[in-house]
Design a protein. Structure first.
Length: 217
């Protein structure tokens, strides 16, 4: 991934003489690529769509989806247990951004958004009791939650050609997280774990990383 990004940068800067920022009526799409290492996770690039109401004002929608799957084994070859875990996260942000200053290639902006998110996790236990191997113990564990945020961001676009740009963005804001009641069903007997909630200020639900985008129209 890192080599691919560096290659994009090298190729892109070969076309800087053709740069042109968007104007009123343009529709843009882009992908945000994380620099995290790959490890059992799939993480689709965060997608963003922006529509310019004026040369310096755009409305936008951000979407992201990620998931994780893992398998843990316990015991010995002759007496083994297994814990299978799968989880997913989805988030959407809607808002607007104001562009100012810069030049024909460089466009800094400030953004304000409302963010919504949800997550879920499912575990399947086979001959496992939550600690280690346990013959005959089988279970299903489910949990999930949601989030809401009011987010502010600062970022910039650098236009390489009249339809291609790269950039980055950082976000900060208030986020509220809600954890749903969880259920654990062991050998047919179900117990419920009460959820809860928390909130605070900090880094927002804006994915920091390397953004690549295009003008659709």
């Amino acid at each position: 991934m890192k080599k691919t990004i560096l290659l994009l940068v090298a190729v892109a800067f070969g076309f800087t003489s053709f740069a042109q920022k968007p104007s009123e009526g343009n529709l843009l799409t882009e992908a945000n690529f994380s620099l995290n290492e790959w490890n059992n996770e799939f993480s689709l690039p965060s997608l963003r769509f922006r529509y310019f109401l004026a040369d310096d004002l755009a409305v936008r929608v951000d979407l992201s989806l990620s998931g994780n799957s893992e398998e843990n084994n316990f015991g010995t070859t002759d007496a083994s247990g297994m814990q299978e875990i799968s989880s997913s996260d989805f988030s959407m942000r809607i808002g607007a951004e104001k562009h100012w200053g810069g030049n024909e290639k460089f466009s800094p902006f400030a953004s304000a958004m409302l963010g919504f998110g949800s997550n879920s996790s499912t575990e399947t236990w086979t001959n496992y009791d939550g600690i280690g191997y346990a013959d005959g113990v089988n279970a299903e564990v489910e949990s999930g939650g949601s989030s809401f945020g009011i987010l502010l961001g600062l970022g910039a676009d650098y236009w390489i050609t009249k339809s291609f740009y790269m950039g980055t963005e950082l976000g900060w804001g208030w986020i509220s997280n809600t954890e749903d009641d969880g259920t654990t069903k062991i050998n047919g007997n179900t117990t419920t774990t009460l959820g809860g909630s928390s909130s605070g200020f900090g880094e927002g639900m804006i994915n920091s990383g390397f953004r690549v985008g295009f003008i659709l129209k």
